[in-house]
Ligand binder design. Structure first.
Ligand SMILES: [Zn+2]
Ligand SMILES: [Zn+2]
Length: 284
């Protein structure tokens, strides 16, 4: 199923493979016209994406970010939509988060080397280029050296959350990220929540903190999962959103932008909510 909206995508500003321009071109070719760029802890891709989006009639580019946060035993990703890339306080906080990623990436490479898996930190940094180093860059280095055949295999065997080479980093709590996003005038939406332990409790706490949306129509969630999440969104009064989480690194099976069963009603409600946000002028 194809939607007109996709509110979760990555570019070379974090661990996506496409430049912001190439991503917008792909998104537009998919018939998507409401598009959020949500790089990990970075808005560096927004300016270029905006320029590219201006070529397309009726294309609404929503500036966003995906913040990594921690709870006991799990990682929670929080999307911040309608954030202003020119906000110095936002940039200060994102810089701190990126420095945490760098330290964590180095720690993972050290752990791998301790296990006899000899990839070079310099090579991981080169693969990341201008982007902030993420685990997919480490995975790419592992593929390059022939230790695994696919990025996903690197996550499964070593660098996924429960993998032997995983390293934690200091992060905000999910509630702190919600408060941060709303204080900066944006809209907070929890990303890919299906696997969270005690999801309902977390959703309740984050809604109380000011979160107003959650991902329901996410990437390859099967229909039963989507339905379970749709009901949860209803229980908590959250706007059911979604996105492909497109990175371009997971090969042929990767969900393309807009290939999600996100209904038009979600897009309409989002635009309605956005029109009341402090940052409403950001919607181009
Ligand atoms: Zn995520
Ligand atoms: Zn993502």
């Amino acid at each position: 199923m194809r939607s007109k909206g996709d509110f979760h995508t990555h570019t070379t500003a974090s661990d996506g493979i496409l430049t912001p321009t190439a991503l917008v071109d792909l998104v537009a070719s998919q018939g998507v016209v409401y598009h959020a760029v949500t790089d990990h802890d970075s808005t560096e891709g927004i300016a270029e994406a905006r320029k590219a989006a201006a070529k397309y009639d009726g294309y609404t580019l929503i500036p966003g970010v995906e913040m990594g946060t921690d709870i006991e035993g799990a990682e929670v990703h929080m999307l911040g939509l309608f954030l202003n890339p020119d906000d110095p306080e936002l940039q200060e906080a994102l810089k701190t988060l990126r420095e945490g990623r760098l330290g964590r990436g180095f720690g993972i490479v050290e752990k791998l080397r301790g296990m006899g898996i000899m990839i070079e930190w310099e090579r991981v940094q080169a693969i990341a280029g201008e982007a902030s180093v993420g685990r997919p860059h480490i995975a790419a280095a592992l593929v390059e050296k022939g230790y695994v055949s696919k990025v996903a295999e690197a996550f499964d065997r070593w660098i996924g959350r429960n993998g032997p080479a995983y390293v934690e980093r200091d992060k905000m709590t999910p509630a702190e990220s919600v408060q941060f996003i709303t204080k900066r005038g944006g809209l907070a939406c929890i990303a890919h929540p299906a696997d969270l332990p005690n999801m309902d409790t977390i959703l309740g706490e984050l809604t109380a903190a000011g979160m107003t949306a959650m991902e329901v129509f996410y990437k390859d969630y099967p229909p039963a999962t989507v339905e379970m999440l749709r009901l949860a969104a209803e229980r908590h009064g959250l706007l059911p959103l979604g996105g492909s989480d497109y990175h371009g690194i997971f090969g042929n099976e990767e969900c393309l932008p807009g290939d999600i069963p996100l209904p038009d009603s979600s897009i309409e409600r989002l635009l309605e909510m956005a029109s009341k946000l402090p940052n409403r002028e950001l919607i181009a």
